[in-house]
Write a protein that binds this ligand. Structure first.
Ligand SMILES: C[S@@+](CC[C@H](N)C(=O)[O-])C[C@H]1O[C@@H](n2cnc3c(N)ncnc32)[C@H](O)[C@@H]1O
Length: 197
């Protein structure tokens, strides 16, 4: 595949409003997981956040130590316009793979599927590096293949198990029971705890 999935590519998708992945709000699986967290001081990262609906939900639910990151400045600026009280220093316009930090929880929502498949092992290693001891990677991944060349790029449970299991204790990796209707039967929920290696 010759397509370069760089900042320019993603920004042009936003400018042309070709953002079919954006469901306009945080999805149920992520909302439900966040709802049962009592400690709102957890340091949370949302990489490839785009319009960052999960961040809106978490912020409005009282999470204080929330960080969003995206290659593209466009959606991050829009987010800040809507949420002027959100700390600007927690908004990172940066390549995920170059980001430094340590987080208790990282939220995955249509970021993994946006990356070229040859970056998947690097994604796993970077997630592991960005998490605190016993930190958690939580979210949803597509469990289907796509006919056209991606993004999005698909996958399945066996593939995800094989790429995550060396770096993460797999707490949950199973079909998602509470996907939003258009993604029903096409997602897995992941709850992966950082392994000490
Ligand atoms: C499919 S969109 C998903 C956006 C958002 N998570 C959502 O569900 O609406 C993928 C996002 O990842 C961002 N992205 C792609 N590669 C990235 C990278 N290497 N580092 C940071 N962000 C990246 C894109 O700019 C885009 O906003």
């Amino acid at each position: 595949m010759n397509l370069s999935l760089d900042e320019q590519y993603w920004t042009s998708r936003y400018l042309q409003n070709q953002i079919g992945w954006d469901v306009g709000q945080a999805t149920f699986p992520i909302k439900q997981y966040l709802d049962q967290i009592v400690n709102k001081d957890l340091k949370v990262l949302i990489p490839g956040a785009g319009n960052a609906h999960e961040a809106t939900y978490a912020f409005e639910s009282g999470f204080k130590n929330l960080h969003i990151l995206d290659l593209s400045k466009y959606p991050l600026d829009k987010f800040m316009e809507k949420h002027p009280n959100f700390p600007a220093s927690n908004v990172h316009q940066e390549d995920f793979f170059l980001h430094n930090g340590k987080y208790d929880l990282i939220i995955e929502q249509t970021f993994f599927c946006a990356l070229l498949p040859n970056l998947r092992n690097e994604y796993v290693i970077k997630m592991h590096q960005l998490l605190e001891k016993e930190g958690v990677l939580m979210g949803v991944l597509f469990s289907k293949s796509f006919e056209q060349d991606g993004p999005p790029f698909g996958g399945d449970i066996d593939l995800y198990k094989s790429i995550f299991e060396n770096h993460f204790e797999i707490k949950t990796l199973e079909p998602c029971y509470n996907s939003i209707p258009p993604r029903k039967g096409a997602e897995v929920f992941i709850l992966l705890k950082k392994k000490e290696i």
